[in-house]
Write a protein that binds this ligand. Sequence first.
Ligand SMILES: C[S@@+](CC[C@H](N)C(=O)[O-])C[C@H]1O[C@@H](n2cnc3c(N)ncnc32)[C@H](O)[C@@H]1O
Length: 285
Amino acid sequence: MNYAHRFHAGNFADVHKHLVLTALLMRLSEKPSPWFYLDTHAGEGLYPLANLSPQGRNEFESGVAPIFQAPIDNPVVRTYQALLHRFNPEATLACYPGSPLVAAALARTGDRLVATEWVPERAQTLRGNLARGPVNVHCRDGYEALGAFLPPREQRGVILIDPPYESMRETEPLLRALSRALARFPHGIYLIWHPGVDPAFVSGLRRKLQTLGDVTFLDWQTSRRQGLRGSGLAVFNLPHGLAARLDQVWQSLGGIYATTLGPVEFVQTESPKKRMTGRIRKMLP
Ligand SMILES: C[S@@+](CC[C@H](N)C(=O)[O-])C[C@H]1O[C@@H](n2cnc3c(N)ncnc32)[C@H](O)[C@@H]1O
């Protein structure tokens, strides 16, 4: 297991993924009944940003740094910023919270959270970073956990599947496990991250994902030539109205990434089954 998220934490792919996660959990919290969250590839949870290599610095400086203090009038962005400040109380960006800590920060009493991480030392670090928080951490295979924890008794929830894609064959266990998970818990909201670099890989994965159900694709990309240039999220069962709410999120980011990422394009591709707007494109600034 060579991939270590600590060298990439807080890059724009993380910001994009965690803003979508924030919007989804905020939406579920609009109803009083408890929700369930499963993070299959959880990582270490909290990542120090000091002492990173120049490449690592570059990733978070063009990702979380511009949004950290920016005055942005959008409820999802404000919630995300508030949780960043909870982990950085000195108002300087010293660490970045990963997905299990983002979800834990948004959980209410009664919500139930499970995180699985394959690497024992990382699972141990995650437990320490959660400091007896509301997340149950298991050191086990995340794909196998989909079978073990679904369907949840809450009958509503978000499942984040965020593999490292060390090999492009990662999609084989991913699609097998996802297909079984959708059969066990068809109404769950599944959020699957994928890299955006290789168009053939992305379109191949999407064709297969579309055979599994009602999926919306949320992408961002830049035209810069070096470093991270884009990534995507496939969302099964995106709640009604969330695409429009997310569109406002991307709109609200305005020009804050102009100097770090260059023009950023956000593309939301709705499932054809929904017969909705189809593609929403936003180019900022
Ligand atoms: C991209 S990182 C996770 C980042 C995290 N989801 C976040 O947003 O902060 C992927 C993690 O998955 C772990 N991993 C790799 N294969 C796994 C598997 N089969 N089951 C569970 N965890 C796995 C890696 O050790 C790594 O920590």
